[in-house]
Each structure stands twice: as structure tokens, then as C-alpha cells.
Design a protein around this ligand. Structure first.
Ligand code: SAH
Length: 216
């Protein structure tokens, strides 16, 4: 896998765009500037890697727009050592950004083909420390709970109860909730055993959060 000066130049421009759109956390901008996003797309689409757009990655799925990755990551307020669960591994790019910020990442994908493809890629580029699971993310990972942070990168119709239950006290869940067309980004903070605070942010459009595992 080659990362050359041209890629680095394109990345710098991408970071400027994402900064202009309002992302302030320099650690996140540094991570975007460091990680070769073109590794996560098929070779033929290399040049699309550094535009601020979502892009198809096969199996009917997309790699999120860089701004969206940065936006969700900023809402999570990641600290070094945080135990983070991601629902919707997809290309693995978001998981790598979280790992780069010092999080211990547990990421779940429901599509078998994508799961295997991304597992292979993450090993190849040196992120075997990210733990990947082929599961229905609606159930979370009870065996590894509780988590400091939980990130859902697919559009949910409701907030899955299992995910709220798997948060630590003071833990944060970031999840886009709404219809198929548009979702509101929610940040849910667990205040105590049974109290949660919900904050609402901007609108986005994600692929849907589905149920069950898909063997394709
Ligand atoms: N975070 C990804 C983008 C994800 S796109 C990235 O950085 O590339 C959303 C992903 O969520 C898709 O790969 C889709 O297959 C997956 N997904 C949808 N419903 C799911 C579920 N119930 N459990 C786990 N993954 C799911």
C-alpha cells in the first residue's frame, strides 16, 4: 500500500475543508491528516478518497464522509484509554481514527463479506489491536460492557436499549436517529443507573441500521 506526497497533499487540503466546516479538535484533525483514507477504498477510486464525500465500498455500504467521521468523533469527546464500541465497522476508517486517538476499539459489522474484507485490511495496515465482531450491533457486546463511549454509524429508528445499558455512568452514546431519509445526531449521556441526558445536533443521512447478520 502506497502513501505518497500527492496523497499527503490531498489530505492536507481535506483537513482544511473539515476544519472550515467547524471541527475544532486538533487531535481529530491530526488523525484525519495522518490516516491514508485511500487505503479504505478500492484502488480505482483513489482520487475520491480525499473529497469530503461518502463513497460506496461494496456490499451496498458506504464509507462515511470525512466531516461526518470528525463530527461524530468530536461529540464523543474521546480520551486516551477510553473503551469504545462502534456499531457499523464498514470500511474500518472510523475505527482507525478512534484507535489513533488512543481509544480501545471494539467494532461490530453485520455483513460477513465486509467483515472479512475489513479484518484483512486492518491487519495489513497495522491495526490488529482493533477488535472486530461479526454480529448484530443492536445487541451490543454484553461480554465486554460497560463502555466509556458507544458510536453508531448507521441510521437507527430508535435508540437500541441494549446500547444504553452497556454505557458506563458518565458514558456517552452518539447515534443518528430518524427516518431513512434524514436523521438527527443524538448524544446521550448516562447520568446514573437509570437517568440519561439527550442532546440533539445536526441532520445527517446514513445507511440504515439493520437487524441480524447477513451472509453474502
Ligand atoms: N463506520 C463506517 C461506515 C459505516 S456505513 C466507516 O468508517 O466506513 C454503516 C455500516 O453499518 C455498514 O457497513 C452496515 O453493514 C453496518 N450495519 C448496519 N446495521 C448493522 C447492525 N445492526 N450491526 C452491525 N453493523 C450494521
Amino acid at each position: 500500500m502506497i502513501d505518497n506526497y500527492r496523497h499527503r497533499g490531498l489530505r492536507k487540503k481535506l483537513v482544511d475543508i473539515v476544519r472550515k466546516k467547524g471541527i475544532k479538535d486538533e487531535r481529530i484533525l491530526d488523525a484525519l491528516g495522518k490516516i491514508p483514507r485511500h487505503f479504505f477504498l478500492d484502488r480505482a477510486f483513489e482520487d475520491w478518497a480525499y473529497k469530503d464525500v461518502a463513497f460506496p465500498i461494496g456490499s451496498d455500504q458506504t464509507i462515511s464522509q470525512p466531516f461526518t467521521v470528525a463530527y461524530q468523533t468530536e461529540l464523543l469527546k474521546i480520551e486516551k484509554g477510553d473503551k469504545v464500541m462502534e456499531i457499523g465497522t464498514g470500511s474500518g476508517y472510523q475505527a482507525v481514527i478512534l484507535s489513533e486517538l488512543g481509544a480501545k476499539v471494539y467494532s461490530i459489522e453485520r455483513q460477513e463479506t465486509l467483515f472479512h474484507k475489513t479484518s484483512k485490511l486492518l491487519k495489513k495496515i497495522g491495526y490488529e489491536r482493533i477488535r472486530l465482531f461479526l454480529k448484530d450491533g443492536n445487541e451490543g457486546l454484553p461480554r465486554f460492557a460497560p463502555f466509556d463511549k458507544i458510536l453508531v454509524t448507521a441510521a437507527a429508528q430508535n435508540v437500541p436499549g441494549a446500547l444504553k445499558e452497556q454505557l458506563k455512568i458518565n458514558g456517552i452514546l452518539v447515534i443518528p436517529v430518524g427516518s431513512d431519509d434524514t436523521q438527527t445526531m443524538l448524544r446521550i449521556t448516562r447520568l446514573s443507573e437509570d437517568r440519561y441526558k439527550t442532546e440533539r445536533f445536526d441532520h445527517f443521512r446514513f445507511v440504515p441500521l439493520l437487524t441480524g447478520i447477513e451472509k453474502v
